[in-house]
Design a protein around this ligand. Structure first.
Ligand code: GLY
Length: 306
């Protein structure tokens, strides 16, 4: 039986300044176009999610790929996960420094490895062995982020901010996508440079199964953005899809997940959810969240305010 395809994506949830809104809207539109064109031609949900996320990784606007937030020592270090809800095949990479598109490395792990998760130089070696080019880390570092890091570290020295800034509302621009294809299969992907001034080697929620990303045809597909540590402690992605499996609507489940994140641990972030019957959910408790959706009826792009 053929179903109607849907692509729902997010481009971060944080205290996005007014002058960043237009770039986020443009980036979301580009990612929707890339992902939905595949779905429209009968492509798989996994293909659409990978394509949409890769476009946002290539766009310096977002905290993923080139333009990511920097670690304490001024490097880009990225995490990504891709999951196929049809068969639970999954690929994850973390702490990669020399890949322009970590989501494409995650796809290679999903397709071509008996393993699920690679980190650091092992992940880069796996990607290279399967045809991906490695870049120099400095190719991923941009002046905007160097300035942001210098300011954050100066503020830290002046006692204006805490040590890691992880709980700060101005450093969560992780990207993600969920999709439903015409065959009725769902998929999810999430990609991030992590949080501003993170310690080298720190891994956030985005690439951990069930935390920042999950997909199962028996429940739902989910991608999260926000402060990773509380999301990880609550395994919030799996928490949310389990509520859909138990009969909750995706919208109620998305809102419940964000409420739970805040009430339990004071966390903040945003979530997108998609059920196999095409219903969606979206919620955030940050000042803004960038998102977009496309289906047969058309597309909608938003930078929602709270
Ligand atoms: N949600 C992104 C991170 O905390 O790494």
């Amino acid at each position: 039986m053929k179903t109607q395809s849907v692509l729902l994506i997010h481009g971060g949830a944080w205290a996005m300044p007014d002058d960043a809104v237009a770039a986020h809207e443009r980036g979301i539109a580009d990612a929707l176009a890339a992902g939905y064109s595949l779905l429209k031609r009968g492509g798989s949900a996994v293909d659409a999610v990978e394509a949409a996320v890769a476009v946002m990784e290539d766009d310096e606007t977002f905290d993923a790929g080139r333009g990511s937030f920097l670690t304490q020592d001024g490097r880009v270090q990225m995490d990504a996960l891709l999951m196929n809800g049809e068969n639970l095949r999954t690929g994850g990479v973390a702490c990669v420094e020399r890949l322009r598109n970590p989501i494409r490395a995650a796809r290679l792990v999903l397709d071509r490895s008996p393993h699920v998760y690679f980190v650091g130089t092992g992940a880069e070696r796996f990607a290279r062995q399967h045809g991906m080019a490695l870049c120099d880390n400095m190719d991923l570092v941009i002046p905007r982020e160097q300035q942001r890091l210098y300011k954050a570290q100066a503020d830290e020295l002046a006692g204006l901010r805490d040590e890691t800034f992880s709980g700060s509302l101005d450093s969560h621009d992780t990207v993600g996508a969920v999709a439903l294809d015409v065959h009725g299969n769902i998929a999810a992907g999430t990609s991030t440079g992590g949080t501003l001034n993170k310690a080298p080697g720190r891994v956030g929620d985005s690439s951990l199964i069930g935390c920042g990303c999950y997909a199962d045809n028996l429940s739902a597909a989910v991608s999260l953005t926000g402060w990773g540590e509380p999301i990880m402690k609550l395994v919030l992605g799996k928490w949310a899809v389990d509520r859909v499996a138990a009969g909750g609507s995706p919208q109620d489940s998305a809102q419940d997940a964000i409420d739970y994140l805040y009430s339990r641990l004071g966390g903040h972030g945003g979530i997108i959810l998609l059920s196999p019957d095409g219903r969606i959910g979206l919620a955030h408790n940050t000042p803004r969240m960038a998102w977009g959706i496309q289906n047969a009826e058309g597309s909608q792009i938003g930078v929602t305010r709270n």
